[in-house]
Design a protein around this ligand. Structure first.
Ligand code: HEM
Length: 450
């Protein structure tokens, strides 16, 4: 039932819709004692209608949006009307990060980064991605159930460190040890109102600051070496490209900006991609007929079904289930609502992607739907949309394709009739609760047996 049924068209300020009155953390606590009190957005939509309000930690009261027309309006909105969420990850990534920027500063920074993600540059990463995938899967035991997520995390971490940071050797090892810990603590700090005390490096922020100093030292060395490299123009990593990039006024990026941007790309791109891969395995094992069809298509050199499969995984198991915009004008009009300045709109990605008006039988896992009809960029939105749409979407899609093709052409995966894995929030992304369990055999060995 909507809360503004009393409004009339001449009333300039419509009330916002209803939603649960209790704050999020209290509801979570209640749900942990009473299983009937679910936290799912699906159930809130069933209870309150397509738009409703939620009281969230850090953001306060938000308007949750899932009406397709309203989502389209938000993604097409002018950045002077709808801006960056506050607070955001820029708090831990640094002021040079895309996450921290809004308006003109965000636009000009994206313009510098965008060429790094063009198709022809990305194609250079294909061989490296396949080699990392192969190495990362080699240690899975044969014929025994094991969570795939740790290996996927290692694969996507190595891929980003090599393609984005251009790191090799000792620097690669040092970053590999440091960054997962630093990103984990950083995501907790960004989402928790912990005071920014250092306490000689012992408080949470102090520990983070120590790791950040170590990070800055390593990246400082990488930048210094790249600047001195006479062959820098031949390099394909993003760090090398950013060193040569210039703003419209001719100014280069500072070292601090480059360091902030690299950690941003890693934080946004590593766990999200790994978790999507773990969900892909979780889904495949529960759809054996589809898996056989997909393997046959890949063997025949046809990638179309793989693309459709990835779309369906991202539609039904989005690892980022929501994204936010902050209203920057007074009484921003959306649907029947007038939203006050400063309030956040939450775009409920998972609700849009399971809307029966947009997808037939939305709860069914049926990748072929994306062969029959190409996805609409305002309906399939795992990468968000508009001026803040995921800048790494093409990178992630290519990586998902390469890793899954390597997996399915070099291994045989055992199906399962176990129930699907539940969702588990892991800070950055929603992951399968058992880490996307896999049972695999090397394909070559299976062929000998056959
Ligand atoms: C399956 C993997 C991925 C998913 C599901 C994903 C999802 C998202 C989403 C939902 C957003 C917010 C968009 C919005 O608010 O409209 C975002 C932003 C972003 N993503 Fe991704 N992402 C993925 C992989 C990557 C990769 C591989 C990179 C970089 C290498 C990356 C870099 C970024 C950056 C920098 C932003 C902030 C963009 C801005 O504020 O302008 N992401 N991503």
């Amino acid at each position: 039932m909507h809360g503004d049924t009393a409004h009339n068209a001449s009333d300039p300020v419509h009330r916002l819709p209803d939603g649960p009155r209790a704050p999020f953390l209290l509801r979570m606590l209640m749900a942990s004692f009473d299983r009937s009190k679910s936290m799912s957005l699906d159930e809130r939509r069933a209870q309150y209608g397509p738009d409703f309000t939620l009281k969230l930690p850090l953001f306060g009261k938000c308007l949750v949006i899932s009406e397709p027309d309203e989502v389209r309006q938000i993604f097409k909105a002018d950045p002077t009307d709808l801006g960056n969420m506050e607070p955001n990850l820029g708090r831990v990534m640094g002021s040079g990060s895309l996450f921290a920027r809004s308006g003109e500063s965000h636009r000009s920074q994206r313009k510098l980064l965008t060429p790094a993600f063009h198709g022809n540059r990305l194609a250079e990463y294909r061989t490296l991605m396949a080699a990392e995938a192969r190495a990362g899967m080699a240690n899975w035991p044969v014929g025994k159930a094991v969570a795939s997520l740790p290996a996927m995390n290692a694969i996507t971490l190595n891929i980003i460190l090599r393609t984005v940071f251009g790191a090799e050797g000792e620097d690669l090892d040092a970053l590999r040890r440091l960054l997962p810990r630093m990103v984990k603590l950083g995501s907790i700090l960004a989402a928790t109102p912990i005071p920014e005390w250092d306490l000689f490096g012992y408080a949470p922020w102090g520990r983070f600051n120590r790791m950040r100093a170590e990070y800055d030292a390593i990246v400082g060395r990488l930048i210094e070496r790249a600047r001195a490299d006479p062959n820098i123009a031949a390099r394909s990593d993003i760090l090398a490209m950013l060193i040569g990039a210039h703003y419209d006024d001719g100014a280069p990026m500072t070292d601090d900006e480059i360091a902030d941007e690299l950690i941003t790309l890693l934080t946004a791109g590593h766990e999200t991609t790994a978790t999507t891969l773990a969900w892909a395995i979780e889904r495949l094992r529960r759809h054996p007929e589809f898996m056989a069809k997909l393997v046959a298509a890949l063997d025949a050199g046809d990638d179309a079904l793989l693309g459709a499969f990835i779309n369906e995984v991202q539609r039904t198991r989005p690892v980022i289930a929501m994204t936010f915009r902050q209203v920057l004008t007074d009484g921003y009009a959306i649907g029947r609502w007038r939203v006050p300045r400063g309030m956040h709109l939450m775009i409920a990605i998972s609700l849009v992607q399971t809307d029966p008006r947009l997808f037939d039988e939305p709860k069914q896992f049926r990748p072929e739907r994306f062969i029959e009809k190409r996805p609409d960029p305002y309906e399939l939105i795992p990468f968000g949309g508009g001026v803040r749409r995921c800048i790494g979407a093409a990178f992630a899609q290519m990586e998902l394709q390469v890793v899954l093709r390597t997996l399915l052409t070099e291994h045989v995966i055992e199906p399962t009739n176990q129930r699907g894995e539940a969702w588990l929030s892991r800070g950055v992304a929603f992951a399968p609760a058992k880490g996307g369990q896999i049972v695999r055999y090397p394909r070559e060995a299976m062929q000998h047996v056959a």
